[in-house]
Design a protein around this ligand. Structure first.
Ligand SMILES: [Zn+2]
Length: 310
């Protein structure tokens, strides 16, 4: 089955700082991994720039205006303690969000069943009115609300297996019962949110915090016991994945000790839920993942799983 791959060379022009882990090299590693012959069948598309008005689905209009005005023509501007922008960041940010919106358009219109967006900057820490943790615009949350506003989806779920909790997505969804946010993440770890008791307005926030060195068995159990049943009960019309690969055992920023096979398994498990609930529709977008070799291998396993007919 053909999987759509949205990306753009401009997403490599955003640089937080020299030597920063959220580097352009991440997309180069992914491009190299997806250049293997088994990915010849991918339907590769350029991520378009989003209309900034659509960013206001989930972000405060004043924040969007402030960020658009802050993107520099030269030098670097700091938006948050660990988030800075350079002259390449404006186009990269607009294409990162635009890629997810285009992927949602293609999947919701039936053009394809599944898509992966190899884009950066990532998005899941971006709050309604604040850049945070390498994230500027919350790409996945924008895509979820777009599916509702433009394609009539009633319920949309985001599953986030990045090792960090997606505090921004949770903040955008927690008061809206038509949106679900489910997350596995290491705890304690940045950003410190994502406790079990954070359940949203209608049980629509489902957190599965895992201890450092939790490993594959604890991750699998959290998915099987907590995340997957909640997703089935929610019965979404579209599943989005915040696909961060920094829970991998080789990642320098965390210690959850997963392998690329865990990402393949989790992807297939999410596809199985999507097949039962929403015609198999899954849109996945890149979040973290900072060991370049592990990132390339993990994305390859994830994209291969997205192409499976289960
Ligand atoms: Zn992360």
């Amino acid at each position: 089955m053909s999987v759509l791959l949205f990306s753009h060379a401009a997403c490599m022009e955003h640089e937080v700082a020299l030597g920063h882990p959220e580097s352009p090299g991440r997309l180069r590693a992914i491009a190299e991994a997806l250049s293997a012959p088994e990915f010849d069948g991918l339907d590769r598309r350029e991520a378009p720039m989003i209309d900034p008005l659509l960013i206001e689905y989930v972000h405060d209009p004043d924040y969007v205006r402030a960020v658009m005005a802050a993107f520099p023509e030269e030098g670097s501007v700091r938006l948050d303690a660990d988030t800075a922008v350079n002259p390449g960041s404006k186009e990269a940010s607009l294409r990162a969000a635009g890629g997810v919106v285009a992927a949602v358009d293609a999947v919701m219109s039936g053009e394809a069943k599944r898509a992966f967006c190899a884009v950066r900057p990532p998005g899941h820490h971006a709050e309604p009115d604040q850049a945070m943790g390498f994230c500027i615009f919350n790409n996945v949350a924008i895509g979820a609300v777009h599916a509702q506003r433009v394609h009539g989806a009633e319920r949309v779920a985001v599953m986030d297996f990045d090792v960090h909790h997606g505090n921004g997505t949770q903040a955008m969804f927690e008061k809206n019962a038509s949106l679900m946010f489910a997350s596995t993440h290491q705890s304690p770890l940045y950003p410190g949110t994502g406790r079990l008791h954070e359940a949203g307005v209608a049980g629509n926030i489902v957190n599965a915090p895992l201890e450092p060195f939790a490993g594959s068995d604890a991750f699998t159990a959290a998915m099987e016991d907590r995340i997957l049943p909640a997703l089935r009960r929610f019965d979404p019309d579209l599943i989005l994945i915040s696909a961060g690969f920094d829970a991998h055992g080789e990642d320098p920023l965390a210690q959850m000790m997963l392998t690329e096979d865990d990402y393949g398994w989790a992807t297939e498990a999410l596809i199985a839920v999507a097949e039962d609930c929403c015609g198999g529709r899954v849109v996945s977008t890149l979040e973290g993942g900072y060991n370049l070799s592990a990132l390339g291998r993990s994305v390859a396993t994830h994209v291969q799983a997205l192409g499976k007919d289960l």
